[in-house]
Write a protein that binds this ligand. Structure first.
Ligand code: NAD
Ligand code: MG
Length: 359
């Protein structure tokens, strides 16, 4: 088991990472202030892990709230189901909400915690690799609106994050690889030695070696915690966490959400950001190739969809000639392990990057 601390002054909290932590109540009981717990989860995760967690919660009353599964349900209607259940069970301001699931459950449960009775305590228990290394840390919570993803929400930090690596054994391998895209991202943006470590351990990660997973998650969370600690509300440096995401969002939008997993789109998007960094003369081609090969070994796509043109990218990146000279900011690499957020690049370099035949 490993523990690290997210340092946010009075909103600081620990992240515990290890095998079988869901069954080990000693690691989270101290973060439950009252006698009432509500567990928010979904219909896929409940049959797998709900009993295990309920058994570990001795001495408190537990209200399970089981939501439908899917990004399509990350909306106001489903959020209201959480409030219905909390109110029906007459849970008061001392309730602790536990989010047991992936990023969708975590984002919704966290937002419900921020709103219910003007804010109650909550604990993140993420069960996908993506949520363990990314969404459970940093306090962004929320839901989608028909007019935009994650458009309604709040910054709201949990009391603790409890990461049980054994939950990854039931995760579809494609979802695991999608989480590895964000893990590799941390190496690229701020931890070059971690990239070398990942090159050695990518196979062990894909075969779910508990000790190796714990170490990869710890280093990823440490990277995210450091960035979030420096810029909790994303007024500056936190944006480096979006490496590959502007290109990736264009891919997700073009394909229709859910065709490519987010991590898959981010992987191809990071390849494009690396390519652009090379073209700006910042990154040697050998470093780009090294990163591309690691992403491929993690089971991730390293080329954008074959049918997507540079015009498609420009359209989805909302780039017209005016915006490009003023505002489009991209996360690029000055070198491996050092990202910058910049609007200072010639439009031709972006266009050339979009026209590259990546196959
Ligand atoms: P997800 O929550 O949809 O989970 C993916 C699928 O895996 C779901 O079907 C889920 O039910 C299933 N699942 C979860 N754990 C499982 C397990 N242990 N075994 C078997 N199946 C399991 O997707 P995700 O990738 O975890 O999260 C994506 C969401 O996170 C998006 O809504 C995104 O906006 C959000 N997000 C938030 C932040 C943030 O900072 N708050 C950061 C990144 C992403
Ligand atoms: Mg992401």
């Amino acid at each position: 088991m490993q523990t690290l601390e997210v340092d946010l002054g009075e909103r600081s909290y620990p992240i515990h990472i290890g095998d079988q932590l869901l069954s080990r109540g000693e690691f989270f009981r101290e973060h439950i202030g009252g006698k009432q717990v509500a567990i928010v989860t979904n219909e896929t995760i409940a049959p797998l892990y709900l009993d295990r967690l309920v058994d570990a919660l001795v001495g408190v009353t537990v209200t399970p709230i089981v939501l439908p599964d899917g990004e399509a349900y990350k909306n106001w209607q489903t959020l209201n189901l959480i409030f219905d259940a909390l109110l029906t069970a007459r849970l008061d301001r001392k309730v602790t909400i536990i989010a047991l699931g992936g990023g969708v459950v975590g984002d919704m449960a966290g937002f419900a915690a921020a709103c219910y009775q003007r804010g109650v305590e909550f604990i993140q228990m993420p069960t996908t690799l993506l949520s363990q290394v990314d969404s459970s840390v940093g306090g962004k919570t929320g839901i989608n609106h028909p007019l935009g993803k994650n458009m309604i929400g709040a910054f709201y930090q949990p009391q603790a994050v409890i990461i049980d690596t054994s939950t990854l054994s039931t995760l579809p391998p494609r979802e695991l690889s999608a989480g590895l895209a964000e893990v590799i991202k941390y190496g690229l943006i701020c931890d070059e030695p971690f990239l070398g470590w990942l090159e050695e351990h990518v196979q062990a990660l894909r075969s779910l070696d508990a000790a190796v997973l714990t170490e990869a998650i710890r280093r990823s969370c440490a990277a995210k915690a450091k960035v979030v600690g420096a810029d909790e509300r994303e007024s500056g440096i936190r944006a480096i966490l979006n490496l590959g995401h502007t290109f990736g969002h264009a891919i997700e939008t073009h394909q229709g959400y859910g065709v490519w997993l987010h991590g898959e789109a981010v992987s191809a998007g990071m390849v494009m950001a690396l390519e652009m960094s090379c073209r700006l003369g910042w990154l040697p081609a050998s470093d780009r190739d090294r990163a591309v090969s690691l992403l491929a070994r993690a089971g991730l796509p390293v080329t954008p969809p074959a049918d997507m043109t540079s015009e498609d990218f420009l359209r989805h990146m909302a780039v017209d000639k005016k915006v490009i000279n003023g505002q489009l900011r991209l996360v690029l690499l000055k070198r491996l392990g050092e990202a910058v957020v910049t609007a200072d690049f010639p439009r031709e370099v972006l266009e050339a990057t979009l026209r590259v035949d990546y196959d």
